[in-house]
Design a protein around this ligand. Structure first.
Ligand code: AMP
Length: 397
């Protein structure tokens, strides 16, 4: 996974590279594509997960893409509970926006307001603020929130703990109702859920789960098969089980297309989604899948990121991912929120090392079965490249 594959523009990629980040963190992988789509997000993420870049990078891209006016009304507001966090977030905004024509400012209480007012008067696109000082300056007529397009509530749980609920509500009453809302919180208390309900519009729920645990409810199976039999086995599984909604993962776009075509030929309605498909085609495929018009969605890992897919009873790994963390993401598509699900992996002889890597990450052995009539006979490919996993470069700091 790269930042580029998440859809970020070159100016942001350059800034990210300058920071020395090589790989997106799990929360960034999830939030960046969703935020770029303009959706509301409710994210559970603690400090140290890379959440700030997770909302700042796509937010900057959206602002850059949609800039019309020559003057600069404040179009994005990032609210934080403390001055320290406001300063920290603003530092990030400055770093990430250095190759873009985007201006920003930070305001918080306890310091002279005059320089803050001057900066705002000069025209800014992004404002990072604590609630008290923000309302203060708005009240004085030093700033307006009437043109806000994106609102971020960072560490929303802490804001509530610190008694900012009324202030948040007041701030929201000063903004247009049509806007994108991003709420980040370390915990999801009753109060946070209530706040979210009042603010967010059909939010996508994003969780920065501990990466090496899988949903307990997922029933994981691996079937050893020969590569040449995988299509037939897939058709058999779907037909025998009369599965109505199946998400299938492949490693490549090409394979996704080919498999989808073969399923359709076998009478199983299917569509493929991957990076080469237009947004329109992806949205249509997803809508058809959700409504039950098509039974199967074949996706690559990248395409599946950020997809707003409901709980799924069945996920098939047609090919195992070559990054073990991707396996966890894939099967996380099933068995959430108390509903049970089945994740099946079709493993050919060349993928056995991938299974080992996944088992190591999970800390458990996966059951391995053989399907009658499809007993594997292939020998490992000669001279095959040793399948080693790419090291995960993201380090929690
Ligand atoms: P945050 O959770 O936003 O407070 O970020 C925690 C730390 O991780 C900060 O020092 C960031 O600069 C750093 N960070 C954010 N994203 C990445 C990444 N993709 N790779 C490495 N470090 C990162």
């Amino acid at each position: 996974m790269t930042f580029k594959s998440l859809g970020l523009i070159p100016e942001l990629l350059k800034a990210v590279e300058k920071q020395g980040y090589t790989t997106p963190s799990p929360i960034q992988e999830k939030t960046i594509p969703i935020i770029l789509e303009g959706k509301d997000v409710l994210a559970s993420a603690q400090t140290g997960t890379g959440k700030t870049a997770g909302f700042t990078l796509p937010l900057l891209q959206t602002l850059d893409r949609t800039r019309k006016q020559r003057h600069r009304p404040i179009r994005a507001l990032i609210l934080t509970p403390t001055r320290e966090l406001a300063a920290q977030v603003h530092k990030n905004v400055v770093e990430y926006s250095q190759f873009l024509d985007i201006r920003s400012a930070v305001i918080f209480g306890g310091v002279n307001a005059k320089p803050q007012i001057r900066t705002i008067r000069g025209g800014i696109d992004v404002l990072v603020a604590t609630p008290g000082r923000l309302l203060d300056l708005e009240n004085q007529g030093a700033l307006s929130l009437k043109r806000i397009e994106v609102l971020v509530l960072d560490e929303a749980d802490r804001m509530l703990d610190m008694g900012f609920l009324r202030d948040i509500k007041k701030v929201i009453s000063l903004m247009p109702t049509r806007r994108q809302n991003l709420l980040f919180s370390a915990t999801f208390s009753k109060e946070i859920k209530k706040l979210a309900q009042g603010i967010l519009y059909r939010p996508v729920l994003v969780e920065a789960e501990p990466e090496n645990t899988t949903a307990v409810k997922v029933n994981q199976k691996t079937y050893r098969v020969d590569k040449g039999n995988k299509v037939e086995v897939t058709i058999k599984l779907i037909a025998d089980g009369n599965w109505k909604q199946v998400l299938i993962f492949t490693r490549t776009k090409h394979r996704a297309n080919r498999l989808s075509d073969k399923l359709v030929k076998a009478g199983i309605s299917s569509a493929a989604i991957h990076g080469n498909k237009s947004q329109g085609a992806r949205t249509k495929a997803l809508a058809n899948f959700k409504s039950g018009k098509i039974r199967v969605l074949v996706a690559t890992d990248i395409a599946a990121r950020g997809l707003d897919i409901p709980l799924l009873p069945h996920v098939i790994n047609f090919e195992l991912p070559n990054i073990p963390e991707d396996y966890v993401h894939r099967i996380g598509r099933t068995g959430r929120a108390g509903a049970s699900g089945v994740a099946i992996s079709l493993v050919d002889v060349d993928e056995v090392d991938y299974v080992k890597g996944i088992e190591k990450l999970l800390g458990e052995k996966l059951s391995s079965e053989v399907i009658e009539g499809f007993e594997p006979t292939d020998k490992p490919t000669q001279n095959k490249q040793k399948k080693t996993y790419k090291k995960k470069r993201f380090v929690r700091r």
